[in-house]
Design a protein around this ligand. Structure first.
Ligand code: B12
Ligand code: SF4
Length: 524
């Protein structure tokens, strides 16, 4: 029995600060997950203090001090994989001051690793697996009443020396019933995120399916009411639709776009969204333009048809070209996203990607390096040494796909991947004679550019040194597959693929592993 004096709790919700200047570029985007949890807790009568290490630039010290000086009844921390070590540090330091203060952790990392979040993070009392709106309220209520929350579906808890995993929690039955995200708790920003559905039924091998596989939709009216409220209360310049695929259910998506136009919202705010190239048609593009969408993000992944096939994304290069042309014809800017380091990627397939980027000439480009996020088939392949992969030593804080340092291929070292990554950008602008844009990009993104350059140079220098001293042949083929239990450096640092297996909703359905026994020669 914790004996709270009131029927409501004072709850501090924490978003860990960026780990570096490089990471700061994400700091201007408020987190939807914690905003949803905050609004539900508040609707249940609890008092929320947001300690936002991102938007408010709070340091770990400032977050810990705030909790120490004004202790809440419950602390909730959100984190993706790259943020998990910071979340652990914050929880550990809070416990030094208040050892009985309950701490719950949630977010994409926790959804992927489940129980392991508590095994690695000793200061966490609870982990929320899956959607947290109802679970956070039920946990708070149990604490108020002095009940044991361990049986609450979706919760992982400590009981004595043990870690108890409750059965999975089904998703909310009605998303229209959720209170809108509590943006009033956040620093005012120019771009606010919006979610019109959760879940993605596709099978991309690099995706962790944080929101599960089964799509769950809000009604168009409910989405439009939220846009109305956002515009009236917060006057954002832009609303970024964060659906994994805007247009997954095209009828519903078009109803949202028509609703924006009918309510004249397009005059008051701009929009952007990401979609799949196989979902688009002329009418969709026209509606997007009329509804004041300025930019369309497209996950292209690779410019090589075979590699693309094996990502199990289920799209073709022709569809990419068609979608880009349609977007252009309708006056939309295109932001294409690619990954380098797919299974059995070769230098030749990387060059195909580079050429395809230049050929399709997107207005904006993101090129990331394959990162084996927990819960993805890529993670399991990397652990087994399949796909031509070699795991490098690295902790969770290295799981950032732009400055990643956790995976390389037998035939392409990480240093080479990083150099190719930079080359993709330079090639796009140079080939298309967009020199002034390149200049502006270098100036406006100099921190990111410098970090990428530093990282590429540093890694290359290390690989060269290793080669010279004979410590390791940087790109030499390794025997594969490697059993997951082998005592390699990677196995010390990365979890086994048990991970999210306790939670069926987050487990990928059986699918063939994307493997192809093809290597280019190390000299290629
Ligand atoms: C929007 C978005 C962003 C935005 C905003 C990020 C943010 N903090 O919300 C931006 C552009 C900044 C971003 C950046 C990155 N992102 Co991102 N992003 C997304 C996206 C598309 C939607 C996130 C979202 O709003 N989900 C919907 C909400 C409702 O779900 P949720 O966040 O999981 O929250 C729910 C539960 O987890 C739980 N919960 C969450 N926190 C808490 C806390 C408590 C106390 C409790 C009780 C419950 C709880 O309840 C919430 C409500 O139901 C997801 C894909 C996805 N479907 O999730 C990828 C995703 C989360 N991103 C991902 C990645 C990898 C990144 C980057 C690390 C990319 C990179 N550079 O490598 C960066 C870095 C982020 C950083 N360092 O801060 C991965 C995460 C994988 C992982 N294991 O970490 C995802 C899953 C994409 C993917 N398919 O792989 N991202
Ligand atoms: S990466 Fe693939 S599986 Fe993941 S959300 Fe996008 S389309 Fe769906």
């Amino acid at each position: 029995m914790l004996g709270y004096a009131e029927s409501h709790l004072r709850i501090a919700l924490v978003h860990p600060p960026p780990r570096s200047e490089f990471d700061r570029r994400w700091a201007r985007f408020p987190a939807l997950g914690i905003a949803y949890v905050a609004s539900s807790l508040r609707a249940a009568g609890h008092e929320i203090r947001l300690l936002d290490g991102k938007l408010d630039y709070l340091t770990v010290d400032e977050i810990v001090d705030s909790v120490r000086d004004e202790p809440p009844d419950l602390v909730g921390i959100t984190c993706m994989t790259v943020e998990y070590p910071r979340a652990v540090e914050i929880a550990r330091r809070i416990k030094l001051d208040h050892k009985d203060l309950p701490i719950v952790v949630g977010g994409a990392h926790v959804n992927a690793v489940g129980k392991q979040a508590l095994l690695e993070g000793e200061a966490f009392d609870y982990a929320c697996i899956g959607e947290g709106e109802y679970l956070a309220c039920e946990l708070a209520e149990a604490l108020v009443r002095g009940d044991d929350p361990a049986e609450l579906p979706g919760l992982v808890s400590r009981r004595g020396g043990e870690i108890v995993t409750a059965p999975p929690r089904p998703p909310p039955a009605d998303y229209d019933a959720l209170p809108f995200p509590a943006w009033d708790l956040f620093r005012s920003v120019k771009t606010l995120p919006l979610l019109t559905h959760r879940g993605c039924p596709f099978q991309c091998v690099f995706c962790g399916h944080n929101s599960g596989f089964k799509p769950r939709y809000r009604s168009p009216e409910n989405v439009l009411d939220e846009v109305d409220e956002m515009v009236a209360r917060y006057a954002p310049e832009r609303i970024r639709i964060e659906d994994e695929t805007f247009g997954l259910h095209m009828g519903r998506t078009k109803a949202i776009l028509e609703g924006i136009i009918a309510r004249d919202l397009q005059r008051r705010v701009r929009f952007s969204a990401q979609t799949r190239v196989d979902r688009v048609d002329e009418e969709f593009m026209r509606l997007l333009k009329t509804a004041n969408f300025e930019e369309l993000e497209l996950g292209v992944e690779s410019g090589n048809p075979q590699v693309l096939l094996e990502t199990q994304k289920g799209i073709t290069l022709d569809q990419v070209e068609h979608a880009v042309a349609l977007a252009r014809a309708n006056g939309l800017r295109v932001w294409s996203k690619f990954i380098l380091g797919h299974p059995y990627e070769t230098r030749e397939t990387v060059r195909d990607t580079m050429r395809f980027i230049a050929k399709t000439n997107p207005d904006k480009l993101s090129v990331s390096i394959m990162t084996p996020f927990p819960g993805t088939p890529i993670h399991e392949m990397a652990l087994r040494g399949e796909g031509g992969y070699r795991l490098l030593s690295g902790g969770w804080e290295d799981f950032d796909k732009y400055s990643s340092g956790v995976l390389e291929l037998e035939t392409i070292s990480l240093g080479q991947l990083k150099r190719y990554q930079i080359a993709c950008y330079v090639n796009l602008y140079a080939r298309n004679r967009r020199f002034s844009e390149l200049g502006r990009l270098v100036v406006s993104h100099r921190a990111v550019g410098l970090e990428m350059l530093r990282s590429a140079v540093g890694r290359t220098a290390r690989e060269t040194l290793d080669r010279v001293t004979g410590r390791r042949a940087a790109a030499a083929p390794q025997p594969a597959p490697r059993p997951a239990a082998s005592p390699s450096n990677a196995d010390d640092l990365l979890p086994t693929p048990v991970l999210h297996s306790a939670f069926g909703r987050f487990r990928a359905p059986a699918r063939p592993t994307a493997v192809r026994a093809k290597h280019d020669s190390p000299q290629a």
